[in-house]
Design a protein around this ligand. Structure first.
Ligand SMILES: [Zn+2]
Length: 133
């Protein structure tokens, strides 16, 4: 229990443990999705390097490239998700999880339950959004 001794004043040990476990679960799931995507990337790449790729007017060309960029986009999204989860886990480890990185107020467990990787309180998040970032 003393692992959380430096932890945020706004969350209980039990809550922190629950968020920690949920973040790890989410990370595993995202990792699985990433692997699946990596496989689709490989198969698109293989389809591209098919003999037909020599033909510049290959009708499949545009379809493949749009599929490719779609997958690359989703891949980047998942990558960012994993990075956000890692940052959240690091904040749990150093005790800053659950504290707004902008105004240092508690983020609140309701908001964290809805958005595990939240690093801004609802007020700061709204303010930044209204400014159009
Ligand atoms: Zn804030």
């Amino acid at each position: 229990m003393q692992r959380w001794v430096m932890a945020s004043i706004s969350l209980t040990d039990a809550e922190l443990r629950r968020f920690d476990a949920a973040l790890r679960d989410q990370r595993d799931l995202t990792g699985t999705d990433l692997n699946r995507l990596a496989q689709s990337l490989t198969s698109v790449r293989e389809a591209r390097s098919d003999g037909s790729a020599d033909d510049e007017h290959d009708p499949e060309g545009p379809t493949l490239s749009s599929e490719w960029s779609r997958i690359v986009g989703v891949h980047r999204e998942f990558d960012e998700k994993v990075a956000a989860i890692d940052r959240a886990l690091a904040r749990i480890a150093d005790g800053s999880y659950g504290t707004c990185i902008r105004c240092a107020k508690p983020i609140g467990s309701a908001r964290l339950s809805a958005l595990l990787t939240a690093d801004l309180c609802i007020d700061c998040a709204r303010e930044i959004e209204n400014r159009g970032r």
